[in-house]
Design a protein around this ligand. Structure first.
Ligand code: GLY
Length: 258
């Protein structure tokens, strides 16, 4: 089953307070906000070149991680699920994005004590693989399952250990194919897929983004990009060094839908 063509995307301008972002597994470094802005603009241009009409939301100066719009909302074909984020500093991001989602999909909400972040949700067809992580708890997954099962989705929990989100450690660059860091995510639930393991030198390489026949890969993971090309995929390398300092990747920077 081919994935539907992505026609629309939402991104948010980088917050001037990015340097105060949440960090779990990386050491805080100095941020170059100007370079971050340039890298973000190049990401938007790459989405547009792949046929996506992109809405750029305004900066949220008080919310350091708000440019990672993947985390506060899960947009499915039928509905959107507004997340209750697992990091307290990020909780307000859900209400901030809700107004932009309201016109697109009917909204369902994760409520306390559930927590879930979109970076933990890997959708493949009608299956949602959901990371059991420091940001997404069992109650959040249970609530998600209750909401989405009405629309024919199956929810499968996946253990995450050593990275922030499930999609830090595994993504699907093409139908039937995964790229994964199996030190960070449990591969057991993915047995029906072909799994490309990231080279040891590139533990962060698994976060790729497939957009209408192009696979975005981080410039910092050239061996992973070459591996994807060896599978016949069309790869677009993107520099995201300043976003990676914030423990972010390619998927975090947009919400994509049709
Ligand atoms: N800095 C990304 C996050 O911790 O959510």
């Amino acid at each position: 089953m081919n994935a539907p063509r992505i026609t629309h995307g939402i991104v948010r301008k980088i917050s001037r307070s990015l340097a105060n972002c949440e960090l779990l597994h990386v050491t805080r470094q100095t941020f170059d906000l100007e370079l971050a802005g340039q890298q973000h603009a190049a990401y938007v241009a790459a989405l547009e070149a792949a046929g996506v009409s992109v809405s750029v939301l305004p900066e949220e100066p008080e919310l350091p991680d708000s440019t990672f719009v993947e985390d506060p909302v899960i947009v499915l074909d039928e509905i959107a699920v507004l997340c209750r984020l697992g990091a307290a500093s990020r909780e307000p991001e859900a209400d901030k994005i809700a107004e932009h989602i309201a016109g697109i999909r009917a909204i369902h909400r994760i409520i306390p004590p559930g927590t879930i972040e979109g970076g933990d949700v890997l959708r493949i067809g009608k299956t949602l693989f959901v990371g059991i992580s420091s940001r997404t708890n069992g109650e959040g997954i249970r609530q998600l399952e209750t909401i989405v099962s009405r629309f024919g989705y199956r929810v499968v929990g996946v253990k995450v250990n050593g990275c922030l989100h499930l999609k830090t450690g595994v993504t699907s660059p093409a139908e039937g194919l995964l790229v994964a860091n199996t030190d960070w995510i449990d591969p057991a639930p993915f047995q029906r897929f072909e799994i490309l393991r990231v080279p040891d030198a590139e533990p962060w390489g698994a976060n790729t983004l497939a957009v209408n026949g192009t696979v975005f890969a981080a410039e910092s993971s050239p061996q992973t990009a070459a591996l994807l090309e060896s599978k016949g995929l069309h790869v677009k390398r993107l520099a995201i060094s300043e976003l990676q300092k914030a423990e972010a990747g390619l998927t975090c920077l947009s919400v994509l839908y049709f």
